[in-house]
Design a protein around this ligand. Structure first.
Ligand code: SR1
Ligand code: MG
Length: 404
């Protein structure tokens, strides 16, 4: 019987053997090399190369606990969801996700295109690199994968079939806890506050009953609004870039949820990049980020509206005024989620390097307070966001409040 008939966590040598036994990707190759390169919170990622031909692939395997902490016991089914969703997204948004070569349900792993010629967007942004095409690419990705899988466009029965296929309770629970609960009620006692901001966060966030109530309302919207097949974790660590090219990876948190969850995550993570650039005094970079934030909102609206006009199917969705109402609800959710993501990455356990790599204490204090003040405004004032400028104004006003 094959060694790979029953699941186990593979080591480098196993991955090489696995590829040779299960795929034809390296037929005739003899001395493959393999290195585990995963640095995410959940999975194991192997880079396999044939040094003779330079052909290379990525093998991604899901473990049954998270890498970040054994506390998170997770169904390995997430890799089936991730693989299926990448294939679907590749059809809806060609060229914007890696190609899938192979999936193995026993070993809970998939083999995909190696994107080593790209770089993780967060890593590039930490070096204050700019990507003029990013706003265009990410808005194409979002409109194509979100609007095109919604009830507005898709046949209702087909949509419900997808909804069933992508029920993702364990990964959703992580989001429900880490994004929607713990920053407001540390009921698992695993939040990590930067000591110099501890008192400020206690007063501004933990003791704000109104903010907690609004987070509670948003949590139940996230859990019940099955609007589109969302990526579910669209931060700058889930995006590869090179000049002129963007590839979205890691949709293991995908499920039918609110469209604004993806858009809000992109905006919040651009704000983290801005806060890092601001702490270094790099105004050319922060100006590019500001422009990009505006463009993301404006291009999303423009493409959404055009795609709607070209593809809307539902008879009632064609009612005059409905498109504008629907889009406005997405912008409201976008603002709220931008706020929730900003809060959870600073207060909760899953941090972002944009903030934690700021070594100067007063600068980190300021960066965190800018993000948290903006977050509060986004959440509490979520009804009032309709343009890219609105989002930017909140960031700028928060920055003005917290001078060094
Ligand atoms: C336990 S996982 C922590 C975070 O990492 C993932 O990328 C998601 O953002 C999740 O919330
Ligand atoms: Mg991920």
């Amino acid at each position: 019987m094959s060694k790979f008939a029953a699941y186990f966590l593979m080591k480098n040598e196993d991955v090489i053997e696995f590829l040779k036994e299960k795929t034809t990707l390296f037929e005739g190759s003899e001395n493959l090399t393999c290195k585990e390169i995963g640095d995410g919170n959940l999975n194991y990622v192997f880079h396999v190369t044939d040094p003779k031909t330079n052909r290379s692939v990525i093998v991604k395997q899901a473990g049954d606990t998270a890498r970040i902490s054994d506390e998170f016991r997770l169904s390995t089914d997430r890799i089936r969801i991730e693989t299926d969703v990448l294939i679907l997204q590749g059809k809806l948004a060609p060229g914007l996700v890696p190609e899938i070569y192979f999936f193995d349900p026993n070993m809970n792993c998939c083999v995909m295109e190696d994107l080593s010629d790209h770089e993780i967007l967060r890593t590039a942004l930490l070096k204050h690199q700019t990507f003029p095409k990013f706003a265009d690419d990410i808005t194409t990705f979002m409109v194509q994968t979100l609007l095109m899988t919604s009830d507005v466009v898709m046949g209702h029965k087909e949509k419900k079939e997808l909804l069933k296929r992508y029920v993702n309770p364990e990964l959703c629970e992580i989001t429900e806890d880490l994004v929607y609960s713990e920053p407001y009620n540390d009921y698992h006692q695993r939040n990590e506050l930067f000591p110099a901001n501890q008192e400020w966060i206690a007063k501004e966030i933990y003791q704000d009953d109104n903010l907690r109530l609004e987070a509670a309302k948003l949590k139940f919207e996230f859990m019940t609004n099955s609007q589109a097949l969302i990526h579910g974790d669209l931060h700058t660590g889930s995006i590869f870039v090179q000049q002129g090219s963007t590839k979205v990876i890691d949709p293991e948190f995908a499920f039918y949820g609110p469209i604004g969850y993806d858009v809000g995550n992109v905006i919040a993570n651009m704000i983290f990049a801005w806060a890092n650039g601001d702490a270094s005094g790099n105004s050319a970079f922060t100006q590019w980020v500001e422009e990009t934030i505006k463009q993301i909102i404006e291009m999303f609206k423009e493409k959404f509206s055009k795609t709607w006009d070209d593809h809307v199917q539902d008879v009632m969705a064609k009612e005059p005024g409905f498109k504008a109402w629907y889009l406005q609800t997405i912008l409201k959710d976008t603002a709220a989620v931008a706020g929730l993501e900003l809060n959870r990455r600073i207060i909760g356990l899953a941090k972002v390097k944009d903030i934690t790599s700021i070594t100067d204490e007063p600068k980190r204090v300021r960066a965190e307070r800018i993000c948290l003040s903006a977050a509060k405004e986004f959440i509490l004032g979520r009804d009032h966001y309709s343009s890219g400028n609105d989002f930017l104004q909140t960031l700028k006003q928060s920055a003005d409040k917290h001078s060094l």
